[in-house]
Write a protein that binds this ligand. Structure first.
Ligand code: GLC
Ligand code: CA
Length: 542
């Protein structure tokens, strides 16, 4: 396989709203990020993925963009951005931007024009259809954030499609002008010197022309047969690659929900001429239930191993994996996949980090994960800020499907807001995140769990991540070794090997709270210990 910088890299995701507030308005901002670049450099990561910082009315915290070439007022100015980028580059850190082009905000100029009249030059930038009759939308599709995926617009008496909130109308990628404007905008950012893109729900940009009812899951039908991995998706991505991506030394990772290993090879195959990597979601969908993520099911380790293994072996030699346990849409990984009780939290966060970072692919660290930050004890629905959580609570309890107290329990386990509480810098007021009132509550455990404390403690989760990241730079086998699963049936251990030439690496992860016995294969007994969450340095023969 080709060697490239992004295969060797570790990527750190910043959710700007919650990272660092420089001016005391309670909202994280760009100057705040710049002030913490040394921290990231010390951690050892190579690339920063910034969740959206563009102008936005914040219906979905910046994933609803009203101007792709301007910075959100709350986050600062374009000068602040340029300064951050140059300070990052000075330190050898790259920055990739979130590219949200499946939809815009309804406050984007294109949409404000589009809705004005049927013959407006921007009309065809979005997806407009007549209703079945005056009161019934064009079809039964439901949106990701609850309710119909269609919104009636009085001015022209037609409906527009929004797979997310009604303030996020979907762009019509079949219109060549849309593609041209998006590619021009991307070129503008690349010329500024950014280092790549994380592409939001990119597997959804191409839709079928015919839009029939979808298979009905409930009140609403499923749009995915018509909107996910749609008819022209690869054509449009190849066009994007040819016109923009191929001209720069940048990296791309596509958020491709619903992707399989077969499809991933098309999206991100070596030399496929589309993207460099994709995010797959099979491992974070394992604990779903009848109402999607709103359940208290836990991930079963055997299933987890099966999924990870199918991606490791399925892409071997053909495409490159992106490795993640958490992001801004997922609960905290130590709470979800591990055990966040005080006696286990640190050891468990280190185990999960080992398990992930020793797999083949590019690891992503979500802000605060390197501290072992855990889910937040939100008490009532008024503590939540996330549109998905609030809408789901309203809809599912309103329709009597889930009792409010159960739904609150599910939210506490699964809400995206768990990942969005402020970064815990130190034990001063508001965890050192802001001198004002934070836009969302601070996890009260910040007096215990914070960066200042972990920086000072050589045994901390932070220093363990730092060591794992450093090891990746030293040991080629961690980047390039071929993966093999051992003990597939174990309900408690995740054991795998990596092989590169004559060299072999054994990784043993205990996912239980108890002690587990494991007989190390002979060939490893005389080997040396690279790292471990218990700090052991020798292999003992028993
Ligand atoms: C992606 C983002 C998520 C957002 C959605 C709509 O899934 O990660 O945060 O709500 O797209 O843009
Ligand atoms: Ca601020």
């Amino acid at each position: 396989m080709n060697q490239t910088w992004w295969k060797e890299a570790v990527i750190y995701q910043i959710y700007p709203r919650s990272f660092m507030d420089s001016n005391g308005d309670g909202i994280g901002d760009i100057k705040g990020i710049t002030s913490r670049l040394d921290y990231l450099k010390y951690l050892g990561v190579d690339v920063i993925w910034l969740s959206p910082i563009y102008k936005s009315p914040n219906d979905d915290n910046g994933y609803d963009i009203s101007d792709y070439q301007a910075i959100m007022d709350e986050f600062g100015t374009m000068e602040d951005f340029d300064e951050m980028l140059s300070q990052a580059h000075k330190r050898g850190l790259r920055i990739i931007m979130d590219l949200v082009v499946n939809h815009t905000s309804d406050e984007h100029k294109w949409f404000m024009e589009s809705r004005k009249s049927k013959d407006n030059e921007y009309r065809d930038y979005y997806i407009w259809r007549d209703g079945k009759d005056a009161e019934t939308p064009p079809n039964n599709w439901g949106s990701c954030f609850g309710g119909s995926a269609w919104q009636y617009d009085e001015t022209t008496g037609m409906y527009y499609l929004h797979l997310f909130s009604k303030k996020q109308p979907d762009l019509n990628w079949d219109n060549p002008n849309v593609r041209k404007d998006v590619f021009d905008m991307m070129t503008w950012w690349c010329d500024k010197g950014i280092d790549g893109f994380r592409m939001d729900v990119i597997s959804m940009i191409s839709k079928t022309k015919e839009m029939p009812d979808g298979p009905a899951a409930d009140f609403y039908g499923d749009y995915s047969p018509y909107c996910v991995h749609g008819p022209n998706i690869h054509k449009y991505l190849r066009e994007m690659n040819e016109k923009v991506l191929s001209k720069y030394d940048i990296m791309t990772v596509g958020e491709t929900s619903g992707v399989t290993t077969e499809l991933a090879k098309q999206y991100a195959g070596e030399n496929a001429g589309e993207l460099n990597m994709v995010f797959q979601f099979e491992h974070v969908d394992l604990d779903g239930g009848k109402y999607g993520k709103w359940t208290d099911r836990r991930v079963n380790l055997r299933e987890f191993k099966q999924v990870m293994t199918s991606w490791q072996t399925g892409l071997e030699g053909k495409a490159w994996n992106s490795l993640f346990l958490g992001n801004h849409d997922q609960p905290r990984s130590v709470s979800r996949f591990g055990n966040d009780a005080p006696e286990y939290r640190e050891i468990c966060a280190k185990m999960l980090a080992t398990c992930l970072h020793m797999l083949k692919g590019t690891p992503y660290v979500y802000q605060g994960e390197e501290l072992g930050m855990k889910n937040c004890p939100f008490s009532g629905i008024e503590d939540y800020r996330d549109i998905e959580s609030i809408n789901a609570f309203r809809t599912l309890t309103g329709e009597g499907k889930i009792a409010p107290e159960d739904m609150l329990r599910y939210l506490a386990l699964r809400s995206r807001d768990n990942a969005r509480t402020p970064m815990q810098w130190d034990d001063s007021v508001n965890a050192g995140f802001s001198s004002g009132t934070p836009w969302i509550m601070v996890n009260p455990d910040y007096t215990e769990i914070n960066a200042a404390r972990e920086l000072a403690d050589p045994d901390s989760v932070f220093h363990y991540y730092r060591q794992l990241i450093a090891l990746r730079k030293q040991e080629k086998i961690i980047v390039h070794g071929v993966y093999e699963l051992l003990e597939p049936d174990s309900e408690s251990l995740y054991v795998y090997t990596r092989t590169l030439g004559e060299e072999k690496l054994l990784v043993i992860c205990n996912f239980t709270a108890g002690e587990e016995e494991y007989r190390i294969p002979r060939e490893f007994v005389s080997g040396s210990v690279l790292t471990g969450n218990y700090g052991r340095t020798t292999v003992e023969e028993t």
